[in-house]
Design a protein around this ligand. Structure first.
Ligand SMILES: Cc1ncc(COP(=O)(O)O)c(C=O)c1O
Length: 365
């Protein structure tokens, strides 16, 4: 069965690097907040072209801790998209803040400057934008400029866009801070949970460091109650440092697969609109179809798994009951009904790619 993602083939490809990194840490006897994390933080900050990287336990913590470091407080309104899997909303709610939902473009599936402007007019105290599916938000520069003018902190959620570039800059350095997840299936993935906050601001980085470890200003001295235990461990950091040099070649292969789909699918309707000016890193290849159930069944019959990222807009999650029943974001709703994710990962073979293309092209109603 053709899967959406196959971590076993990724591990097999990099097994020597992974083994060396793991054994190095085990032999060192240092497992938490040591030289491996310092090294990875430096490598990743340099790769992105930002001043600081602070490792944390996962991508959801990265959002929550970054928001705290940007002085978002309980009761604040934080704008976010509702089509990105609820992670940002969970982090916002964990702070006691309130999500304010922005719609997205049907074509890019990302939010827009006009949505950000409306959110700030509606009282947002902070903005989270998500570079979804590996596509840098086309208007990120304008959004960052507008937020800076309005003195509203901007957090980029880059969990699906490691290495994506726009205006010749990698995402992660446009706002006041950015969050990353290194969940195993991400473009840069660990062998467990891991995440990071990156920023160009030294005091924001210092706050994140404080917050990720109990709020300690020094060992056993707590001066703030907002602290957590959210650390990226040495084994994961060592593995990430070994995998980072392969990120660009993996992203190039993802892009090649996406381009192959795009140029060989017969139905133009299915093809995602990619912004030519940005360097898409194809975290997920997501098509739109009004016949999703039938297409999914057809693919399954051809031994191909597909998935939906994501089926429920945040505001419609059952947990909220009728709290957001007045919200109905047109494009977000339509995407939730029509999107379908096809297999796309660097280790896919040419034969597997061709099989997906043939199966998509043989679909009839
Ligand atoms: C867009 C986005 N934001 C945040 C997260 C949360 O990351 P994590 O699973 O590491 O908490 C994820 C992935 O899971 C994600 O895709």
């Amino acid at each position: 069965m053709q899967k959406i993602n196959d971590l076993r083939s990724k591990i097999a490809k990099h097994q020597d690097l992974i083994r060396t990194a793991t054994e190095r840490v085990i032999a060192s006897g240092h497992f938490i907040l040591g030289p491996e994390l310092n090294h990875f933080e430096e490598l990743f900050a340099t790769y992105l072209g930002v001043n600081h990287c602070v490792g944390v336990a996962n991508g959801t913590d990265a959002i929550e801790i970054a928001l705290k470091a940007l002085d978002v407080k309980a009761g604040d309104l934080v704008a976010t998209v509702a089509n990105a899997g609820m992670y940002a909303s969970i982090a916002i709610l964990a702070l006691g803040a309130q999500p304010l939902f922005m719609d997205v473009s049907l074509e890019t599936k990302n939010t827009t400057l006009s949505e950000v402007k409306s959110a700030i007019k509606a009282g947002a105290n902070a903005i989270i934008v998500t570079h979804l599916y590996g596509l840098a938000i086309p208007e990120i520069l304008e959004i960052a400029q507008y937020c800076a003018e309005q003195k509203i902190p901007l957090l980029e959620d880059c969990a699906q866009a490691h290495g994506a570039t726009i205006h010749a800059r990698r995402v992660g350095g446009f706002g006041n801070a950015a969050s990353f997840s290194f969940y195993p299936t991400k473009n840069l993935g660990a062998l467990g949970d891991a995440g990071a906050v990156v920023t160009n601001n030294a005091s924001t980085a210092a706050k994140v460091k404080l917050l990720r470890q109990y709020g300690w200003t020094e060992k056993y001295r707590v001066e703030t109650l907002a602290g957590r235990n959210s650390r990226l461990d040495e084994i994961q950091a060592a593995i990430l440092s070994e995998l980072l040099p392969h990120l660009d070649e993996d992203n190039a292969r993802r892009r090649e697969i996406a381009q192959s789909y795009t140029s060989n699918f017969h139905s133009n309707e299915l093809i995602p609109a990619l912004d030519a000016g940005s360097d898409y890193v194809a975290h997920l290849y997501v098509i739109r179809t009004q016949h999703r159930e039938a297409l999914q069944a057809h693919l399954f019959k051809n031994n191909i798994l597909s998935d939906i990222h994501y089926p429920i807009p945040d505001y419609a999650q059952p947990v909220f009951k009728n709290r957001f029943e007045h919200i109905n974001l047109k494009s977000t709703e339509q995407l939730a009904r029509e999107i379908l994710t096809l297999p796309c990962y660097p280790e896919m073979t040419d034969a597997e790619i061709e099989h997906v293309i043939r199966s998509i092209n043989s679909f009839t109603l």
